[in-house]
Ligand binder design. Structure first.
Ligand code: MG
Length: 159
């Protein structure tokens, strides 16, 4: 069996708005996230982890931010592309784990919905999808509430 592991990391800054979208779930918040697409920092990190496992570049290469067609795009377009690439190269996703790093909004109350939505988008059993969160103890840009970071790991196995 061929096993591939990939990691992904992403950051988006807070800006004006009344909600954020994380793992495809809309979460009410006093600010939004800035970004060319819908700024779903978690979905971007997972997508990059998939590209990483395939050694196939990164999200910015496949969907250049300079290309106006991706302005405001739903990040599931990017995720689905990476999932399809995995499948077309003979892999299935064994599991994924992503960790959001922020002080606010609190992720815990939304984690179950986020797992369910990611599992749906990736056609996975929800037990293979982990979404968790931590703060950075008020240190650094996440600690100062300037934005949200996310780190993700995926494991691909031969289908
Ligand atoms: Mg991003």
């Amino acid at each position: 069996m061929d096993i591939r592991v990939g990691n992904g990391f992403d950051v988006h800054a807070f800006g004006p708005g009344d909600h954020v979208v994380l793992c495809g779930v809309k979460i009410p918040h006093s600010q939004g996230l800035l970004g060319h697409s819908d700024a779903d920092v978690a979905m971007h990190a997972v997508t990059d982890a998939l590209y990483g496992a395939l050694a196939s570049g990164d999200i910015g290469q496949h969907f250049p931010p300079s290309d106006p067609q991706w302005k405001g795009a739903a990040s599931e377009i990017f995720l689905r592309h990476a999932v399809r690439m995995s499948e077309s190269q003979g892999f299935r996703i064994s599991n994924l784990d992503c960790t959001l790093i922020c002080e606010f909004p609190k992720i815990g109350p939304h984690a179950a919905a986020m797992r369910t939505e990611m599992a749906r988008l990736m056609d996975l059993d929800v037990t293979r999808v982990s979404v968790k969160a931590t703060t950075s103890e008020r240190l650094g840009f996440t600690g100062r509430g300037e934005g949200i970071a996310c780190i993700a790991t995926v494991c691909l196995v031969t289908a």
